[in-house]
Design a protein. Structure first.
Length: 584
C-alpha cells in the first residue's frame, strides 16, 4: 500500500462514497493488490489507516453469499496489512464491531459474530469458547476455525491459539457450506501440515471429511467412499494420468519429481494434467500428452469429468496440496487405482488414495495408505550452471542461515534458534530466507526482529541471487517439524553444514535422508538437545566448520540417493500395478 492509496481511501470516505470506498479496500486487500507491495505509508498515518480499516469492517455489507465470500477473500490481505503495521487484527475487528471486554460474545448480533468468523484472528479465542459457539452457530464457528488456521505460526501467541484450534477441529460439527468454500479448505489443509501440533493430521482428516460433504451436496463425484472400481487389464501398456503442481523448471516440485515422471514413460502411457500452464523444457520428454485444467466457476466437476473421459487405469499425484486441483481431485475416485507420493505436504488424508509411493528409508506413519517402496531417486538441479562462490575467512563473524519458507517458521522453531544464539553469547549474523515479499515479508520481518534485532531478512529473489546470498552463511539450521528438502540441498550445494531434526512425519524425515545420502547423517538428530549442541559446536569451532565444508564439497551431489539402490519409482509403480491386476 502506498501513500496515494491511503489518500484515495480518505477522499472516498470523506465524500461518503461508500461504493468506491469499499471497492478500493476490497481490490487492495486481494492478493493481486497490496499484498505484493510493502507498506510505504508513513508511520505517522497508521492511526488514520487503522480508522479507515475499522470503518470498512463495520460497514462491509453481509447480505448474501457473495458478500460473505468477499470478506473471506479479503481476510488474508487484511491480516498481512495489520502485521505490517505491527497492529493486532483482533483489536481492529473488536473496535470495528464495538465489542468491548464488558460485552459477552453471545450478546453480539448474529452479523457481528459472523464477521468475526469471516475475518478471523486466532487471538480472539481469548474471549470466547469455540466449542460453545459451535453448539449454537455451527456454520460460523467452523468458518472461524478454518479461516484462522491460515495464520502466522511465527507469532507465539497466535501459535498457542492455532494449536488449540487444531485440537478442537475433530469435534466440530458439520455445517452446510457452499462450493465456494472449497478454496478456503484447500489453503488451510495445505498450511495445517506445517503446524507443530501433534494433532494436525487428525484435524486434517476431519477437514477432508467436511470437503467431501461439500462434494456430496453439490453432486460432485459419484463415489466419495474411496472404494476402488473394478480393475481391468489393458491390452497394451496401462494408461496413467499424472496430476502435477508447480511443474516448471526451478520449482521445488519440478526439481524433485521431473526425472521420476519422465521415467514412468517406460512402463505407462502418460498424460500430464496441470492447472498451471507448464513451461517445460521439453514436454515430449515428460509425457505423451499434456492437458491444461481450465479454471471455471465450479472447476472440480469439470476437471473430474475430463479425467474420467480419458478412462485412465491409474491416477498418480506426485504431490498433493500445493494446488487447488491436486487437493480437490485427490478426494474423488477417478480411476481404479489412485496413488500419491509423499509429496508436499503429506499425507493427503484422502480415503480415495489406495497407496503411497515412499523412498525406502522413510518410515511411513500409521494410517498411511499401502506403501510402495523404491530406493533410487535423482533430484534435478534448480540451476545446473550455478557455481559455489569463494567462502569468506572461516574466522570472520559466523553467519547462521535459516532458509526455510515463511510457513515453516513456527514460534517453537524460532525459540530454539534464539536459545542457540543466546547460548553462543558472541556477535553473529543471522540470515532468514522466507521466500516471501510485499506485506507478508514486512509483517514477518517485524515478528522476527522482535526476537532477533540483528537479523537480515531477505525478500523473495531469483534463484541465483538467493544462492549467492545463502552461500555467505556458515551453517544452516533446518526447520521442524516440517523439515527441508530442496532447501537442504541448496545449502549442501553451497558447501554449508546443515543441522536437522528428525521427526516422525514423512516431511520430518527428508533432511535425515538427504544428509545421509551425502555422508553427513550425523548432522540430523532425534532430539533438540543434540540439535542445539551441534549448532553451537559449528558456531564455536571454525576449524570444524571448515572440515565439514570440505567434506560436503568433495561429496557427489548427484549420486547419493542414486547409489542407494536400483529400484526406480517407475519400476516400483509398475510392480504394484501388476500385483493389483493379479488381485494379490
Amino acid at each position: 500500500m502506498k501513500q496515494e492509496d491511503l489518500t484515495a481511501l480518505q477522499e472516498a470516505r470523506s465524500q461518503s462514497d461508500l461504493f468506491v470506498f469499499h471497492r478500493l479496500f476490497f481490490d487492495g486487500l486481494l492478493q493481486h493488490g497490496w499484498a505484493f507491495q510493502t507498506l510505504s505509508v508513513d508511520a505517522q498515518h497508521y492511526d488514520t489507516l487503522q480508522t479507515l480499516i475499522k470503518d470498512w469492517v463495520a460497514q462491509a455489507p453481509l447480505d448474501n453469499p457473495f458478500d460473505e465470500m468477499r470478506l473471506i477473500a479479503s481476510r488474508n490481505g487484511l491480516r498481512r496489512l495489520c502485521l505490517a503495521m505491527d497492529t493486532s487484527l483482533a483489536q481492529i475487528i473488536s473496535d470495528a464491531l464495538a465489542w468491548t471486554p464488558a460485552i459477552r460474545f453471545d450478546a453480539l448480533s448474529t452479523v457481528q459474530r459472523h464477521k468475526i468468523a469471516l475475518l478471523a484472528d486466532a487471538a480472539m479465542l481469548a474471549r470466547f469458547s469455540l466449542p460453545e459457539w459451535s453448539k449454537t452457530e455451527a456454520r460460523s464457528a467452523l468458518i472461524f476455525a478454518v479461516n484462522t488456521l491460515d495464520d502466522t505460526p511465527a507469532d507465539p501467541v497466535r501459535l498457542q491459539y492455532l494449536n488449540q484450534i487444531v485440537e478442537q477441529i475433530p469435534a466440530l460439527p458439520a455445517a452446510d457450506l457452499p462450493h465456494s468454500m472449497l478454496s478456503l479448505f484447500y489453503r488451510v489443509c495445505f498450511k495445517l501440515s506445517y503446524l507443530p501440533s501433534e494433532q494436525r493430521y487428525r484435524a486434517k482428516q476431519r477437514l477432508v471429511q467436511l470437503v467431501q460433504e461439500i462434494f456430496s451436496r453439490n453432486h460432485i463425484g459419484t463415489d466419495l467412499s474411496g472404494k476402488a472400481t473394478p480393475i481391468r487389464k489393458p491390452a497394451g501398456r496401462p494408461t496413467m494420468i499424472i496430476v502435477v503442481e508447480g511443474f516448471q523448471p526451478g520449482h521445488a516440485m519440478y526439481r524433485f519429481f521431473a526425472e521420476m515422471v519422465s521415467e514412468l514413460r517406460g512402463q505407462f502411457d502418460i498424460t500430464l494434467m496441470t492447472e498451471q500452464r507448464p513451461a517445460l523444457l521439453d514436454q515430449q520428454q515428460i509425457a505423451e500428452k499434456v492437458i491444461y485444467l481450465e479454471p471455471g466457476p465450479q472447476p472440480v466437476e469439470q476437471w473430474s469429468e475430463l479425467i474420467r473421459a480419458q478412462n485412465p487405469d491409474i491416477v498418480f499425484y506426485p504431490s498433493i496440496g500445493m494446488s487447488f486441483a491436486t487437493f480437490t481431485l485427490s478426494l474423488l475416485r477417478l480411476a481404479p487405482v489412485q496413488i500419491a507420493s509423499i509429496g508436499h505436504p503429506a499425507p493427503s488424508c484422502s480415503p480415495c488414495i489406495d497407496a503411497t509411493l515412499v523412498f525406502d528409508e522413510i518410515i511411513p506413519p500409521a494410517g498411511l495408505p499401502e506403501p510402495i517402496f523404491y530406493n533410487c531417486h535423482q533430484l534435478t538441479p534448480a540451476r545446473p550452471d550455478w557455481q559455489v562462490t569463494p567462502k569468506p575467512d572461516t574466522h570472520a563473524l559466523p553467519c547462521i542461515g535459516i532458509n526455510a519458507s515463511a510457513i515453516k517458521l513456527n514460534a517453537d522453531f524460532l525459540r530454539t534458534v534464539e536459545d542457540i544464539v543466546l547460548s553462543y553469547g558472541k556477535p553473529c549474523r543471522i540470515c532468514f530466507f522466507p521466500n516471501v515479499s510485499g506485506l507478508e515479508w514486512q509483517g514477518l520481518e517485524r515478528i522476527i526482529r522482535h526476537i532477533f534485532p540483528q537479523a537480515e531478512i531477505f525478500s523473495a529473489a531469483g534463484h541465483i541471487q538467493y544462492m549467492n546470498q545463502l552461500s555467505e552463511c556458515d551453517i544452516v539450521l533446518q526447520s521442524f517439524p516440517f523439515g527441508g528438502a530442496n532447501t537442504t540441498t541448496d545449502a549442501l550445494d553451497c558447501g554449508i553444514p546443515v543441522v536437522g531434526l528428525t521427526g516422525t512425519s514423512m516431511s520430518g524425515q527428508t533432511d535425515s535422508l538427504l544428509l545421509r545420502a551425502r555422508g553427513l547423517g550425523e548432522f540430523c538428530f532425534d532430539n533438540l538437545e543434540d540439535y542445539r549442541k551441534m549448532a553451537l559446536r559449528l558456531l564455536c569451532e571454525p576449524e570444524f566448520r571448515g572440515e565439514i565444508r570440505q567434506r560436503i564439497l568433495k561429496s557427489d551431489p548427484d549420486a547419493g540417493m542414486r547409489r542407494h539402490g536400483t529400484t526406480t519409482a517407475s519400476a516400483a509403480l509398475y510392480q504394484y500395478w501388476q500385483k493389483v491386476v493379479r488381485h494379490e
